[in-house]
Design a binder for this molecule. Structure first.
Ligand SMILES: Cc1cc2nc3c(=O)[nH]c(=O)nc-3n(C[C@H](O)[C@H](O)[C@H](O)COP(=O)(O)OP(=O)(O)OC[C@H]3O[C@@H](n4cnc5c(N)ncnc54)[C@H](O)[C@@H]3O)c2cc1C
Length: 304
């Protein structure tokens, strides 16, 4: 059993579900301290389900600042003799995790599917290999969204961070929302993704986006249509895009190339629509419809 630090994230008003999943993983690994950083996050941050929460609540922390966030987290790790640092494999976690490992001069395991006292499991080679690691010494690890269920919500004791904070020359001047709809792709319970079978950007906009919206899903894409300029890269699922593991992944007009599968094969349920019965996507699909998406999608849409 080791001292574990969970770095939680809020969306401003609520603690993120991925952070509660990480807290649930950490509970079995040792004595857990939570850290939440931001501005005006105290109410949301105190919902992180760990025994003790350290809150770094300051206006200068409103937007993610890698220099400041790394310095606060590393100070806490040193002060509390933390050996295991866990974060969600979110955009912030994927940036902060390696920085923190470099600062602490320790190992980093990214995008873990399993984490526990016995070791960590993470995918390699676009998910073709699962590598098990049993690190000794301090380790920073990010946990993939939906790899674990979130535990019951409860709050521990809360303490305000009073230590040092590094000076940063970074200054956020503009934030542009380039999300894939109302739901963040990596946190969505349902992802509706479209590929080259849609033929053009207009069909993506008129068929995939409305279906995703009416299902409360995020809209994803294959790289082929990102490269073609139909949708921004923020929508891309796969080896060089985002990794998702929703309850339901709907692949529409996507062949299922290995690089695409690397980003979504951890989904709980995969359903595919493709006119080619031999499309590789059907090898990983739990449900498949062999047919023309232009005939099937209007029927599907009418059900939501
Ligand atoms: C280094 C590297 C990294 C990569 N990273 C990624 C990545 O992160 N994500 C990613 O997605 N790809 C990635 N790729 C690209 C990948 O290899 C594929 O080229 C890409 O995924 C194909 O996209 P697609 O399935 O949309 O297109 P296609 O392979 O062209 O498939 C289109 C599918 O639509 C079907 N279809 C056509 N018309 C219809 C219709 N009317 N109704 C139903 N079905 C229809 C076809 O049968 C076909 O299966 C990467 C490649 C490389 C080399």
């Amino acid at each position: 059993m080791s001292n574990v630090l969970v770095i939680g994230e809020t969306d401003g008003s609520e603690i993120k579900n991925i952070s509660q999943q990480v807290a649930a993983v950490a509970a079995g690994m040792g004595e857990v301290t939570g850290l939440v950083m931001g501005s005006g996050i105290s109410e949301a941050g105190m919902k992180l389900s760990v025994g003790k929460i350290i809150m770094a609540d300051d206006t200068s922390l409103e937007n993610y600042d890698p220099v400041k966030y790394t310095s606060i987290a590393s100070n806490i790790v040193k002060e509390h003799n933390i050996e295991t640092i866990l974060l969600g494999a979110t955009s912030m976690g994927k940036d902060l995790g390696p920085r923190l490992a470099a600062e602490l001069n320790c190992g980093y395991l990214g995008d873990c599917l399993e984490a526990g006292s016995e070791g960590f499991v993470r995918p390699n080679f676009a998910g073709k290999v699962l590598a098990k690691s049993n690190p000794t010494g301090t380790i920073v690890a990010t946990i993939r969204n939906n790899a674990y269920p979130a535990g019951e919500a409860w709050s521990g004791s809360v303490e305000n961070y009073s230590g040092e904070m590094a000076e940063s020359t970074l200054n956020t001047t503009d934030i542009e929302n380039v999300g894939s709809g109302t739901v963040e792709l990596t946190e969505a319970a349902i992802v509706v993704s479209g590929g080259r079978g849609l033929e053009n950007a207009e069909n993506y906009d008129s068929m995939i986006r409305p279906l995703a919206e009416s299902m409360g899903a995020a809209a994803g894409a294959s790289r082929a249509i990102v490269d073609a300029g139909w949708v921004p890269h923020s929508h891309q699922v796969g080896q060089t895009g985002k990794t998702v593991a929703p309850e339901l992944y709907l692949a529409i007009g996507i062949s299922g190339a290995i690089q695409h599968l690397g980003g979504m094969s951890g989904s709980k349920c995969i359903a595919a629509i493709n006119k080619d019965p031999d499309a590789p996507i059907f090898k990983v699909a739990d449900y498949g419809i062999v047919g023309d998406l232009f005939e099937i999608l209007p029927i599907l849409k009418s059900k939501f």
